[in-house]
Design a protein around this ligand. Structure first.
Ligand code: N01
Length: 645
């Protein structure tokens, strides 16, 4: 028996009433596309009832209640017939119809270049297109190509899954006792993802289980744990062990990877290739504030939350309010005696009233049973939240440079964001002045907001301080005006050392070049993946791959791992010893990336503090590319880009 395509939905026998109840919850435009898969008839898309517009996180396409009710009524007939006929989807839509369906869903013409991407995402044939097939590569040769993966977060786990599928021996070295990386380490109160989970998940796994649209940390960590077990990767991980160094041995074309376990025991592992999956945001950046060490009470970084410290009823200071502080503050505010929030730069936030909503049983039912509902829902999140959002980040050279905006669209975005803030605290001009950012919208990481941030700031026990910090004393924080805030606990939500890639691992490449010295705080890599002089070293979520304009890093990692698998396949199949990108190819890519970045808002000079920028204000960690471009470039490696030994 052939295996059923998981995206085509599980067969069901639910009664009409159950189905009708489920339809109350679902995204109607997405449902309409699933109806096409059930009937094979696209006419439903060509009538008067259709989504009227698209906005990020607005999954009903602004359809009226009457129109939605009418579609539900029609859908019930279609689903009933589909169920009674044994839940067999119609023949897959052809390419032209797929494009029509894409355009229907996002209410604008979707260009040809997205069709192959969507076809891959849909997995109409039930495969796993991003998995590289190694069946045609000699099994013995595969077995003689050990790989070390550094880190078992979202990317490292993916690397393990793909290597296992490829029949390549591998070891994952993970410094923590469990899987998840960011989602293992960040356990602060209120921690949740801000990319919709039905897109922020592996493409080859079902997405019908999420309990919230933006899941909280425990659910995310459990997800990675479950996926790890499903793919039997756990036994290949060495927990609580760090990679301290890796040295390229030219004579053998191998990496000697030095590890240290929690008891201090060191070991050297032999690898034909090393995959770095260390992430960008896991080495805390603690601020250089005078007297920081003099504080007598408990203090800790947001990603090292000390759960032994009971903050209830205490006077707490949160220093820093980027994405982490923004989630911590509303969560702990009701429980603490006093909360002082030190925010150096105000943050732009994106109105998302349903940010904390639960996924209703109807949506879960549809994701589980309706053919391709989940895949189209994924596209509905992808389009406005990723490539569709790019336009707001682009600098119009003709636009007046008053520091407030960089283009007409960016200005309109500023207006939407400002209105959202004003609508919540109109009668509090003092707070209003503190919370409206003085740089262009989307210039830094834009935060998802359902109103909880400003609601917290207007509480009687919460104070927002928009001054610098002069010093920290044994029991207090003193601001630049000399005002003293007595506190019992300090939380540093001050971010990470994002520009120090692979820090503190000592990676020594060809001719003894040390990667950290070679890069400094200007890391660069071809496609963010490979570096000249460091053969058979591949980065996931490497330099120039962070997604500032939106998008799922899991999607990006899947692109990277497919490319890396392609490289490994070439190495083994071609009996090559080593590959590294040609200097010219690497440099040209870097220059192109930099040129592109210059046209984007994140480089704007009005943004003085941003983890996107390095010490000299240059950006090395962000991707300026649309997802469709990066996806296309990483589908398979081109050997001409590499020096092959
Ligand atoms: O760190 P940040 P984060 N004195 O660097 C302030 C991801 N993430 O952990 O803005 C005083 O953004 C700093 O001030 P300023 C996401 O990609 C995702 O919050 O530089 N203040 C800022 O307020 C995110 O972007 C999620 O002026 C100082 C804060 O500390 C990234 O991680 C959740 C200071 C640091 O903000 C990092 O977020 C959490 C100093 N010396 C994180 N130094 C979700 O998915 C720094 N600050 C929801």
């Amino acid at each position: 028996m052939t295996e059923r395509n998981i995206h085509a939905g599980l067969p069901f026998t639910d009664d009409d009433e159950t189905i009708a109840r489920a339809l109350e919850d679902v995204s109607i435009p997405t449902l309409m596309l699933s109806m096409v898969h059930m009937t094979g008839d696209p006419e439903i898309l060509r009538g008067a009832l259709k989504p009227a517009g698209l906005f990020i996180n607005e999954v009903q396409g602004f359809m009226s209640e009457d129109d939605k009710a009418e579609i539900r009524r029609q859908a019930l007939d279609v689903i009933r017939a589909y169920r009674d006929a044994g839940c067999v989807p119609a023949a897959p839509p052809d390419r032209a119809l797929i494009q029509e369906m894409m355009s229907f869903l996002v209410c604008e013409p979707v260009s040809d270049e997205y069709v192959p991407l969507m076809l891959e995402e849909l997995e109409l044939g039930g495969g796993d297109s991003r998995r590289v097939d190694f069946d045609d590569v000699d099994e013995t040769a595969r077995g003689q190509f050990p790989v070390v993966v550094v880190g078992c977060g979202m990317s490292g786990l993916l690397a393990g899954i793909r290597l296992k599928q490829a029949g390549i021996p591998f070891t994952i070295i993970e410094k923590n006792p469990g899987v998840g990386g960011t989602w293992w380490e960040n356990q602060y109160p209120g921690c949740r993802v801000d990319v919709g989970n039905h897109f922020y998940c592996y493409s080859f796994e079902p997405s019908d289980h999420w309990s919230e649209f933006f899941a909280q940390q425990p659910e995310l960590q459990k997800y990675f744990d479950d996926v790890m077990d499903k793919h039997a990767v756990r036994d290949s991980v060495r927990w609580e062990t760090e990679v301290v160094g890796a040295r390229w041995i030219e004579s053998d074309s191998r990496w000697a990877v030095r590890t240290r376990d929690k008891d201090g025991n060191e070991e050297e592992l032999d690898a034909r290739a090393v995959i770095s999956a260390v992430g960008q945001l896991n080495r805390p950046a603690l601020p250089d504030i005078a007297g920081r060490d003099n504080f007598r009470g408990p203090s800790f970084h947001s990603s090292r939350w000390n759960h032994d410290v009971d903050y209830k009823g205490k006077r707490v200071a949160v220093i820093g309010a980027g994405a982490s502080g923004f989630q911590i503050v509303p969560t702990i505010a009701p429980d603490v005696a006093e909360l002082t929030v030190f925010q150096r730069t105000a943050q732009w936030m994106f109105p998302n009233p349903s940010y904390h909503d639960k996924v209703g049983p109807g949506v879960q039912w549809a994701l589980r049973h309706l053919p391709f509902y989940g895949r189209w829902y994924r596209f509905l999140l992808f389009w406005p939240g990723c490539d569709g959002a790019f336009i707001a980040a682009q600098i119009d050279p003709e636009w007046p440079t008053d520091g407030n905006s960089v283009s007409a669209v960016n200005d309109a975005t500023r207006e939407v964001f400002t209105d959202w803030i004003k609508s919540q605290i109109e009668d509090d001009p003092e707070l209003l002045e503190k919370v409206i950012p003085d740089y262009p919208a989307t210039g830094k990481r834009t935060l998802q907001d359902n109103g909880s941030w400003l609601k917290a700031l207007t509480r009687d026990n919460v104070e927002l301080v928009r001054k610098g910090i002069a010093r920290i004393e044994a029991d207090a924080i003193v601001d630049d005006d000399g005002k003293r805030y007595e506190v019992d606990i300090i939380v540093y939500a001050t971010g990470f050392q994002a520009n120090r890639f692979l820090f503190p691992i000592e990676v020594v490449g060809r001719d003894g070049v040390v990667l950290s010295q070679h890069w400094g705080d200007e890391p660069k890599a071809y496609l963010g993946i490979s570096v000249p002089g460091f053969p058979n070293l591949f980065c996931m979520y490497g330099p120039g791959t962070n997604l500032a304009s939106g998008g799922s890093l899991i999607f990006h990692s899947e692109c990277q791992m497919r490319y890396i698998s392609g490289c490994i396949k070439q190495l083994i199949a071609g009996d090559h010893r080593a590959m590294e990108p040609r200097e010219t190819v690497h440099d040209e890519y870097f220059e192109r990336t930099q040129r592109e970045l210059e046209g984007l808002v994140w480089t704007h000079p009005s943004i003085t503090h941003s983890w996107y920028k390095n010490a000299s204000g240059r950006i090395h960690i962000l991707s300026p590319w649309r997802l469709v471009d990066y996806w296309d470039w990483t589908r398979s490696p081109s050997l001409e880009d590499f020096d092959i030994t």
